[in-house]
Design a protein around this ligand. Structure first.
Ligand code: NYM
Ligand code: MG
Length: 217
């Protein structure tokens, strides 16, 4: 019988234009070069029926009530859970571009109660590591493409950043389920090195654990 060591569940969070997608792709190729089996995921996943509703909302092609869109973002994660679990169990590490922390931070920044925002995501697979790409909203704003979608407004992003920090402060700084703050205002290669350092620790630690935890419970 072969025993497969499970993959690590690694989430990248941050404001819009913090460099998440670029860094996720760099991390993926570094892991591949190190012969680590890896899969890139992203939320919202705009390809599913639920994701298409979210996409239309974000591009202001539809208006959706605040609580309703919040629940759709959460549903868009729940519909991926079986795939997340089977991928990890097969020994593949997941790099996930945004997750439930974005779900809570953006909706709570719009004024919905934080506890209400959190509840639909309780007991999703818990990340082994969350990398928070921290950037000041004025630097983010100066990066290309900012302002194209709903939520890409400096004042809202400021509130989002505060809530991200609040959510991160609840999580451990070391060990399973930890939250690592990465200064994303630095150049691309320096940020990539920091991420690599954190990821190497988690992939090493994960080999000692059988299954992924449950978020916020
Ligand atoms: N967003 C993302 C939410 O409001 N709730 C969520 O649960 C998630 C995953 O969608 N401004 C927001 C954050 C972004 C926007 O994300 C689209 P991206 O990474 O730009 O496609
Ligand atoms: Mg965006």
């Amino acid at each position: 019988m072969s025993t497969v060591q499970r993959g690590a569940f690694i989430v990248i969070e941050g404001l819009d234009r913090s460099g998440k997608s670029t860094q996720a792709a760099l991390l993926q190729s570094r892991l591949q070069n190190a012969n680590v089996s890896v899969k890139l995921m992203k939320f919202p996943d705009r390809t599913t029926p639920v994701g298409k509703m979210i996409d239309a909302y974000l591009r202001s092609q539809s208006d959706v009530d605040d609580r309703t869109i919040h629940l759709l973002f959460s549903a868009n994660r729940w519909e991926a859970v079986s795939s997340i679990e089977s991928t990890l169990a097969a020994g593949t590490t997941i790099i996930c571009d945004r997750y439930a922390f974005s779900g809570v931070a953006f909706s709570a920044a719009k004024g919905l109660p934080l506890a209400w925002c959190r509840s639909p995501d309780v007991s999703l697979p818990a990340p082994d590591l969350t990398l928070f790409l921290d950037i000041s909203p004025d630097i983010a704003k100066s990066r290309g493409g900012y302002g194209e979608e709903r939520y890409e407004k400096e004042e809202l992003q400021r509130r989002v950043r505060n809530i991200f920090h609040q959510l991160g402060d609840e999580l451990p700084k070391d060990g399973a389920g930890r939250w690592a703050v990465i200064d994303a205002g630095r150049d691309l290669n320096t940020v990539s090195e920091s991420l690599w350092h954190e990821v190497a620790i988690t992939i090493h630690d994960c080999t000692k654990q059988d299954s992924v935890g449950k978020l916020w419970q």
